[in-house]
Design a protein around this ligand. Structure first.
Ligand code: GAR
Length: 196
């Protein structure tokens, strides 16, 4: 059974989808803890499923590296095989990434390499993109630059607001994230060979 820690910053709809999918013992993965950089609303999903949570806020630390070391210690306490960033909105420093690589993946709401960063949906609309989507990738030390694992496209509609488009992307994103974690658990995806 693949043990997974999920990190979130917000509402946690991707987390919830993973919690529901992994309830089935045949799925092959189990969420052992959920962490956040703030008292995120999405932590309530973990509590409903009886999954332990932790919050490590960067505001209490002098440097990003010190914050990330404490975040990492909280994660390592659960000895996960995989860490999933599901709407985790902080950039992680190199010491954190290299400690977990390649077993650290992120889901991002655009077709990378287009529109990296914290405002991918807004940026896609501002650029007049006709298609956007979701990318799941291995995390490296850049911002949304790591090797791609899976992508799915979502059309941009004429009257889309940022909210509308993001919600439609999230419908596809949740399915792609579930399928990706399942494929990692069942060894159909081998992260070390992707990360080379
Ligand atoms: C997701 O769409 C995720 O891709 C995005 O935040 C959303 C979280 O939604 N992440 C990023 O933009 C990272 N750059 P959720 O809290 O409902 O799962």
């Amino acid at each position: 059974m693949l043990s997974v820690v999920v990190l979130i910053s917000g509402s946690g709809s991707n987390l919830r989808a993973l919690l529901e999918a992994t309830e089935n013992p045949l799925f092959g993965a189990k969420i052992v803890a959920v962490g956040s950089d703030n008292a995120a609303d999405g932590l309530a999903h973990a509590e409903q499923f009886g999954v332990p949570t932790f919050v490590v806020s960067p505001g209490s630390f002098d440097t990003r590296e010190n914050w990330a070391n404490v975040l990492l210690a909280n994660i390592n306490h659960f000895k996960p095989d995989l860490v999933v960033l599901a709407g985790f909105m902080r950039i992680l420093p190199g010491n954190f990434v290299s400690a977990l690589s390649p077993n650290l993946i992120n889901t991002h709401p655009s077709l990378l390499p287009a529109f990296p960063g914290a405002h991918a949906v807004r940026d896609a609309l501002a650029a007049g993109a006709q298609v956007s989507g979701v990318t799941i990738h291995v995390v490296d030390e850049g911002v949304d630059t790591g090797p791609h694992i899976a992508q799915a496209s979502v059309p941009v509609l004429a009257d889309d607001s940022e909210y509308d488009l993001h919600e439609r992307i999230k419908v596809v994103e949740r399915e792609l994230l579930i399928a990706t974690v399942k494929d990692i658990a069942n060894k159909k995806i081998h992260l070390p060979s992707l990360a080379k």
